[in-house]
Structures are given as structure tokens and as C-alpha cells.
Design a protein. Structure first.
Lengths: 87, 534
């Protein structure tokens, strides 16, 4: 992984770990775990993750786009796509 | 179930007619013709009301009631309300009797009498069974009380933001407050500082009261907490964020974080309380109002327990600037912060903004006794009024201030001379301290000079919405410890403020009944009266 990509992924690990109050190890073990079904998050925590991602990466996430963003990998891919578009 | 009345009168015709009257109204009546017989009854049975003639041979009415109180205390049972009846206008005897109960003069209007009997026999009494406080000079009840007795000031140069450009540079911040000691991180990071202080104090108070919150009682425990401003810190931070980075940087929890009801709501959520849930906001009178409303809630049978008090964290760049701009803050002693708050002193130049929280557990008396709670004191009176004068300036006549005190004393069913201690609003502004002094003289006349009066704000500054609650806690501890904390920084006598403000040193004195004032911006006034429970 290149340095920039590592940074993006690590930052996302920090965000999810902090908001869901889980260990980063747990995130890395299963990056396709569903926040709501598997990790016990409620809709408010989901919203906090989305808001933190918007702030930390300075991107805008529309209402329709929020739907699919319920796993670590989904969000990571989404961020990379958005940042790629912005260049 | 029929209320039980004990009637004590040496006149057989009075006994006969009252027995007939009460039986008709559905009461369970017991009639005796002497004080001694009354005491025998009290030893063996429970009553909801005692009606007693003042003038009786051998043991008179007042002596009888004094003995009844002793018997009940020895039995660890609550006081029984008393109605004295008398046909003689013996002022001295009537005055003595009023200390123990209401007095009805014969001949009396039957309808009125029956209403009073109903009121007295169904009255609920409210006591304080738990305390929690986070203050600039002490975190926790014991540390706070120690600091008060020692006259320790919590005022310092402001640390939480840069005061360059501000006239006043001092405040009473709560240093070393670690919210994680009192709540999980998941709560701490989702609430504003004002709520952290309140939740911490609430947890302390609930623990102090040893109240067990269970399935059966969680619907019966209310929360009623005051704040003047709510979550201003987060509000200000967010405004900066959004201005600089745009609206999508707004934190999704912004609204619940800054709302004035964040604290009562969070407390209920954390403890699982499904009763009444209220936030009260009347500026500097907020928490006295909250306590008073909690008192009423229990009196009205809407709850058996209410977690009440107030919390405030107003030391923030905008809010502080606003107070600074209003020119109500002290700014002459930025280099001597601990001496700046000097209520009633001639050289006072404004108040010191403070932060903190005070929470009290109010409980219905029988409920408290049944679970073996430690009872601190009893709340016996409350009043709240508007001066209808100005958003900031107090009415110079002090009429509204004296009126609120008079009403609270009346609600407490006592005389002004029964007050042993006043915790003044005492903000250290020229206007408040002068006007409050005048108002106290109006209510108490010459007796005003004999009442010890102290201002907690001399040590911890003005906690705005939390002031009333923290000051009520001081009153509770004064009664509990027979010790009055000083008004510190009292150096220069102001001829307009010539009462006894317990200057600079704590004073050993037994206090049975204490009164606490809060006068808020907007002419919002509130006053409570507390009495020793024995």
C-alpha cells in the first residue's frame, strides 16, 4: 500500500474505533462487518461516523449515498472514490 | 382509607360537636379530654392529624404537642400535623403554638375549618436525602464543605481561553474536573461541559442517597434540573467550525448537546427513570426554581422522589464576552482574583462568573423513612415571583425581593423571626447587595440585624443557573453541621449594607431554619426555606 492510502485507511480505523468504541484489531479482522448488524451500532452512531468522515476528509456525503455505507470497506472505497474525483 | 384524627379538648361539648362533625365527613375520630390521654393515644396509635385546644389544665396544648413530637421522634416516625384551636386571644400562647402547627381561632367558619382539616391531614412532607456538588472550590460534598468553612476561594485568572481584549480576566472555573470519574466515555464525549458537571453531581447525589432504582419505583422518580444557558461552550465551538469550514461540518449531536434539557434527559436515560422530566430555566434563579418545582411535584403526589438542582458552564469566549460587555463583571482585581468577589463590601465592583453543578435528592418523608434513608433537612417553603421590572437591572425598591421572601415564609407556615440563617443571593454587584439588604430589612424589620447572612458567591462566584442549588446545599450543610461559612473578602463597610454578613470567618451556630434567595435576570425571583429535621 502506498503511504497516502495507508494514511486514509488508518484515519478511518481511528474514526470507527473511537465512535463504536471497539479495538482497531476487531476492525481489521473483518472489514466487511456490518456496523449495525454485527457491531451493535444504532442509527445515531452510524450518523456520527458519516459526519466524522465528512469532517476528517473534507468531502460531502449526500443522503442517497449514506445508504450503502455500513461497513468499513464500503466507506473506505467510497472515500477513495470521492477523493479521486476531487483531484 | 379514612384519615385518623385525634381531638384533644377539656371541654366535653367541643369534643361532642367535633366528633359528630368529623364522623359525618367520614373521618376516623378519637376524642380525649386531656393532654396526658392524648400522649397515651399517640404512644399506641398512628394519626394523620391532631386537633388540640391550647388552653387546658395540667398539660396545655403546646406542651402536649411538644411531647407528641418527642414521642414520634423516639419512635422514628414522622411528625403529625397539628391544628390548634383556641377561644382566647392569648397572643403569647398563640405565637408559641404557631411554631408547632396552624392556629384556628374560635368561633370558626365550619366550611373553612373542614378545608384546613383536609389539607393538614393529607399533607405530604418533603425532605432532602442526597447531595452532590461540583464547585470551583471543591468537587464532592465533603471537599466543597471543607473549602466553604475555610473560606477558600475558587476564583482565578481564566485558563480555558485567551482573555486578551476582555475587561474582566477572572472567573471561578472548576479545575481538575475529570468527567470520566462519573460517567462512561460514551456519555462524556457526547455532552457539553455543562452537562458533564450536572451528570457528575447527579451521580454523586444518587449515590449519597443510597436510593435503589428498581422496576417498581422508576416511574415514581422524577428529574427537574435548572440551567440558565445550557450548552454554550459547544454551541460557540460549532459556530466557529461552521463559519470557517461550512455547514456540513456541523456535529450531528449539536442540538441534543446544547439543549437545556440535555441534563435531566441524560440522567433519566442513564438511571432508567421514567417519571417526570423537566428542565427549568429562569436565569440566575433556575435551580432554586427547579428545587421549588420539585418540592411542588412531590407535594402534589406526582412523584415520591425528584432529582433536582442545577448546572452551568458559562465560562466561554462569547458568553463571557457578553457578560463583560454588560459591565456586570468585576474587572478591578484581575491581578488579585481571589479578592474580587466581595459581596456587601463597599468596594465591590461586579460579580465573578462561575461554573459548577449542585444536585439534591428530594423525597417524600414517609418514603424516606420507610427505606431508612439519611434525612438531611426538610423543605418547608417555596415561592417564586416576577418583579416585572427589567431584563438586567433589579427593581431599586427591592419590593419584589421582599415579596418573594415573605411568600416563602408564609408557605413555610412560620414567622420571619423563625429564620436563623439567610444564604443571600449576594452577587457582589453594587445594585444587588444594596437592594437585597434593603429587602431583608423590609421583611424582618429590626430582627434583620440579628440574622447571620452569608454569600456563597464570595468564594465560588456566580454559578448562574446552578447558583441556587449549590447555595441550597450550603444551607443543608449549615443546618447539619451547626456551622455557618463566611462571606469572605469583607473589608470595607458599606453604610447601605449594615447587616451581619458573617465576615471572613466561619461561625459556630445552631441553625434550625434557613432561607435562600435567588434573583435572576429578567426580574425572576425564587426563595426556599429549609428546616432541620431533627
Amino acid at each position: 500500500m502506498s503511504d497516502i492510502k495507508k494514511n486514509i485507511e488508518e484515519r478511518l480505523e481511528d474514526i470507527v474505533a473511537e465512535i463504536l468504541e471497539i479495538d482497531k484489531k476487531e476492525i481489521r479482522n473483518n472489514k466487511d462487518a456490518d456496523f449495525f448488524k454485527d457491531l451493535g451500532a444504532d442509527s445515531m452512531l452510524g450518523l456520527e461516523i458519516i459526519a466524522a468522515v465528512e469532517r476528517k476528509y473534507d468531502i460531502k456525503i449526500e443522503d442517497e449515498e449514506v445508504q450503502g455505507l455500513s461497513t468499513f470497506n464500503n466507506i473506505l472505497n467510497f472515500i477513495n472514490k470521492k477523493l479521486g474525483q476531487q483531484k | 382509607m379514612a384519615k385518623k384524627i385525634l381531638v384533644v379538648d377539656d371541654d366535653p361539648s367541643v369534643l361532642k360537636s367535633l366528633e359528630k362533625l368529623f364522623k359525618k365527613e367520614g373521618y376516623d375520630v378519637t376524642c380525649v379530654s386531656s393532654g396526658k390521654q392524648a400522649l397515651d393515644c399517640i404512644e399506641r396509635r398512628d394519626f394523620d392529624l391532631v386537633i388540640v385546644d391550647i388552653r387546658m389544665p395540667d398539660l396545655d396544648g403546646v406542651e402536649t404537642v411538644r411531647n407528641i413530637k418527642e414521642i414520634r421522634t423516639n419512635q422514628s416516625k414522622p411528625d403529625i400535623p397539628v391544628l390548634f384551636i383556641t377561644g382566647f386571644s392569648d397572643v403569647v400562647a398563640i405565637d408559641k403554638a404557631k411554631q408547632y402547627g396552624e392556629v384556628v381561632l374560635k368561633p370558626f367558619d365550619l366550611g373553612e375549618f373542614l378545608i384546613r382539616v383536609k389539607q393538614q391531614s393529607t399533607k405530604r412532607r418533603v425532605v432532602i436525602t442526597g447531595l452532590g456538588v461540583v464547585a470551583p472550590n471543591g468537587i464532592g460534598k465533603d471537599e466543597f464543605w471543607e473549602a466553604n468553612i475555610k473560606g477558600k476561594s475558587g476564583v482565578n485568572r481564566i485558563r480555558s481561553f485567551d482573555t486578551a481584549g476582555y475587561n474582566s480576566k477572572i472567573a471561578a472555573e472548576v479545575l481538575d474536573f475529570d468527567p470520566l470519574k462519573y460517567m462512561p466515555n460514551s456519555v462524556a464525549k457526547r455532552v457539553d461541559r455543562y452537562a458533564q458537571l450536572g451528570i457528575a453531581a447527579a451521580n454523586m447525589a444518587v449515590e449519597d442517597s443510597r436510593l435503589n432504582i428498581e422496576e417498581e419505583n422508576k416511574y415514581n422518580i422524577g428529574v427537574c434540573i435548572g440551567t440558565g444557558l445550557g450548552g454554550v461552550l459547544f454551541h460557540e465551538e460549532q459556530m466557529m467550525e461552521i463559519k470557517i469550514k461550512g455547514p456540513h461540518h456541523a456535529h450531528p449531536l449539536g442540538v441534543p448537546k446544547i439543549s437545556p434539557n440535555a441534563v435531566p434527559a441524560q440522567i433519566a436515560i442513564q438511571l432508567g427513570l421514567k417519571g417526570i422530566n423537566l428542565a427549568i430555566s429562569t436565569a440566575c434563579a433556575s435551580s432554586t426554581n427547579a428545587i421549588g418545582q420539585a418540592f411542588d411535584i412531590i407535594r402534589l403526589k406526582r412523584a415520591d422522589v425528584v432529582i433536582t438542582g442545577g448546572t452551568e458552564a458559562p465560562i466561554t469566549p462569547f458568553t463571557f464576552a457578553a457578560y463583560d460587555s454588560l459591565r456586570v463583571l468585576s474587572n478591578k482585581r484581575n491581578d488579585m482574583p481571589q479578592e474580587a468577589s466581595r459581596p456587601f463590601d463597599k468596594d465591590r465592583d461586579g460579580f465573578i462568573l462561575g461554573e459548577g453543578a449542585g444536585i439534591l435528592i428530594l423525597e417524600e418523608l414517609e418514603h424516606a423513612i420507610k427505606r431508612g434513608a439519611h434525612i438531611y433537612s426538610e423543605i418547608i417553603g417555596y415561592s417564586t415571583t416576577s418583579g416585572a421590572y427589567h431584563m438586567v437591572i433589579p427593581d431599586p425598591t427591592g419590593d419584589d425581593a421582599s415579596r418573594v421572601m415573605e411568600l416563602a415564609i408564609k408557605d413555610a407556615n412560620i414567622n420571619p423571626e423563625d429564620i436563623d440563617y439567610i444564604n443571600a443571593h449576594g452577587t457582589s454587584t453594587q445594585a444587588n447587595d444594596r437592594i437585597e439588604t434593603q429587602a431583608i430589612k423590609t421583611v424582618f424589620d429590626k430582627y434583620a440585624y440579628r440574622i447571620p447572612i452569608s454569600s456563597t458567591k464570595s468564594m465560588i462566584g456566580h454559578l448562574i443557573g446552578a447558583a441556587g442549588a449549590v447555595e441550597a446545599i450550603v444551607c443543608v450543610l449549615v443546618i447539619e453541621n451547626s456551622l455557618i461559612p463566611p462571606t469572605i473578602n469583607y473589608k470595607y463597610k458599606d453604610p447601605d449594607c449594615d447587616l451581619d454578613y458573617v465576615p471572613n470567618e466561619a461561625r459556630r451556630q445552631k441553625v434550625n431554619i434557613a432561607l435562600s434567595n435567588s434573583f435572576g435576570f429578567g426580574s425572576c425571583n425564587a426563595c426556599i426555606v429549609l428546616r432541620r429535621y431533627k
